[in-house]
Design a protein around this ligand. Structure first.
Ligand code: SAH
Length: 259
């Protein structure tokens, strides 16, 4: 049961501390309290990774992926999702579900973040564009795997808010910008991978243009309020485009800046 190794370790460390505490007085008790909290976060994060792995197995017939790339799993184990949710929702940070982050927007379900990252097929040295920074969590997961992440958010307060936990957690390889991601980030193009975390009626042409030959884009497509599906768009070595439908999903819409 590899997914529970961490949980067991954390549990036994906690038990040892609890036995030691009565012998050592108040200062030690405060220490126990802090350690217990840290252990609890580790246990909950590890359980989230196990929940994601199970859902990946259950949806393999649709996604074609029964097991996530180990780099994706390592990133999920490392990124502190509680940093990216509003403080009042910290207790739910490791539930495998989307959460409201204000401004009518959501932090995606961890399973979807994991699947989209896996489908992108990127690795060390790669440069990735994200459209829809939202909370910044997806950008942090990518930042654990690739060289540079460029992330665009159209809602200014969200873009500003996301920059803070990304900086506090030390992700110096994430570059954020406020703007309409439909147009991509031409100054930094082309990208090895492009991930769009809001649903568009069709694939924005500027994003296709900014994808490297041999690169992949992961994007939810579908009409607002209607059925949506996650697609993988691949550009081959000659620049030819192909698309594969992966899974039915529900995302907030990709909005356009007027004018
Ligand atoms: N990746 C995010 C998910 C955020 S939800 C996370 O990990 O939390 C999608 C986000 O896309 C929302 O914050 C929304 O404001 C943003 N968005 C919608 N249309 C956009 C556009 N045209 N350009 C950039 N961001 C956009």
């Amino acid at each position: 049961m590899p997914f529970f190794i961490f949980g067991t370790e954390a549990g036994s460390r906690l038990r040892a501390l609890m036995i030691a505490a009565p012998l050592a007085g108040f200062a030690c008790l405060a220490g126990v309290h802090m350690n217990a909290e840290a252990d609890d976060v580790l246990v909950r994060r590890e359980r989230m990774v196990a929940d994601i792995a199970q859902l990946v197995r259950e949806t393999a017939h649709e996604t074609g992926r029964a097991v996530l790339d180990e780099r994706v799993i390592a990133a999920l184990r490392k990124v502190e999702r509680q940093r990216f949710v509003p403080p009042e929702l910290a207790a739910q940070a490791y539930d495998n579900r989307p959460l409201s982050i204000g401004q009518g927007q959501t932090i995606s379900q961890p399973f979807i973040v994991a699947l989209m990252t896996d489908l992108l097929g990127v690795g060390p040295g790669d440069r990735v564009l994200e459209v829809g920074t939202g909370s910044g969590y997806q950008a942090a997961v990518l930042a654990e795997i690739v060289a540079r992440v460029y992330s665009i958010e159209i809602v200014e307060p969200l873009g500003r808010m996301a920059a803070r936990p990304l900086a506090q957690a030390g992700y110096r390889n994430v570059h954020t910008r406020i703007g309409d991601g439909y147009a991509g980030w031409p100054e930094e193009a082309p990208f090895d991978g492009i991930i769009v975390t809001a649903a568009a009626p069709s694939v924005p042409q500027p994003l296709i243009d900014q994808l490297k030959n041999g690169g992949r884009m992961v994007i939810p497509l579908g009409a607002q309020g209607g059925a949506q599906s996650l697609f993988v768009i691949a550009k081959d070595a000659n620049g030819a485009i192909s698309r594969r439908k992966v899974l039915d999903v529900r995302f907030v819409p990709l909005t356009r800046r007027p004018g």
